[in-house]
Every structure is written in structure tokens, then in C-alpha cells.
Ligand binder design. Structure first.
Ligand code: FES
Length: 121
């Protein structure tokens, strides 16, 4: 009897008759959410903003920009990282400033940037 009820229940589901059982809906929803999260992670881009204001530029962001671009090329991260520039982040005293995914890396140097980039990527 149980077997018949069980089969009837899933027969209805398969052919679109009746309602989907709640527990199955939750399981499918969770699987779908995990897959969507994985897709997001794959396509997520990280924005690196290099301050090219006169203070940061003079203190080393020209070299930092070269380092970042080479790092991206060497590691094949073109699709994952977007590099943009800014004129001044109004934080000149602690420069050169490089903002990685919204976090300011103060007193940026190639050595510091490499350790941060490894953490992010
Ligand atoms: S020039 Fe970079 S913060 Fe001002």
C-alpha cells in the first residue's frame, strides 16, 4: 500500500499533477542556490583601483601599476580582475594607495600587493 501511495505521489510530481512536496522543494531550492553561488564565484570580478594622483604616483604607484598588470598577465587573471585608476582617494598621507575590492591597501608596494593578491585570488 505504501509503495502504491509513494509511487502515486511521485507519478503526480513527474507529470505535473498535484503539488510538489515541501521537503523536495527545499532540497531543490538549496541545490539551485549553491549552484548559483558557485557560478557567481566563477564569474566574480575583483576591482583594483590604483590611485594615480600626484602624491601616490610619486610615491610608487607607477611601479605598483606595472606590478599589478604583470601579475595579472602571468597568472591569466584578465577576466577576473578589473584595474581602474583614480585621481586622488583623499588619503594622500598614507599613500601610495591601492584599493582592492573596496579595501584600501595603504603604503602599497609590490611585496605587499603580491601577498594581498594571493589572498584574494
Ligand atoms: S594622490 Fe593618492 S590619495 Fe591622494
Amino acid at each position: 500500500m505504501f509503495f502504491l501511495i509513494f509511487n502515486l505521489k511521485y507519478f503526480k510530481i513527474l507529470y505535473g499533477i498535484g503539488e510538489f512536496p515541501h521537503d523536495i522543494c527545499i532540497g531543490l531550492r538549496q541545490i539551485k542556490e549553491v549552484k548559483m553561488q558557485q557560478e557567481k564565484e566563477k564569474t566574480k570580478t575583483i576591482t583594483i583601483k590604483v590611485c594615480m594622483g600626484s602624491s601616490c604616483f610619486a610615491r610608487g604607484n607607477a611601479a605598483n601599476l606595472d606590478f599589478i598588470e604583470n601579475y595579472i598577465k602571468e597568472h591569466g587573471l584578465d577576466a577576473k580582475i578589473e584595474v581602474i585608476g583614480s585621481r586622488c582617494e583623499n588619503n594622500c598621507a598614507v599613500g601610495p594607495n591601492v584599493i582592492i575590492d573596496g579595501e584600501n591597501c595603504e603604503a602599497a608596494s609590490p611585496v605587499r600587493l603580491e601577498s594581498i593578491l594571493k589572498k584574494y585570488l
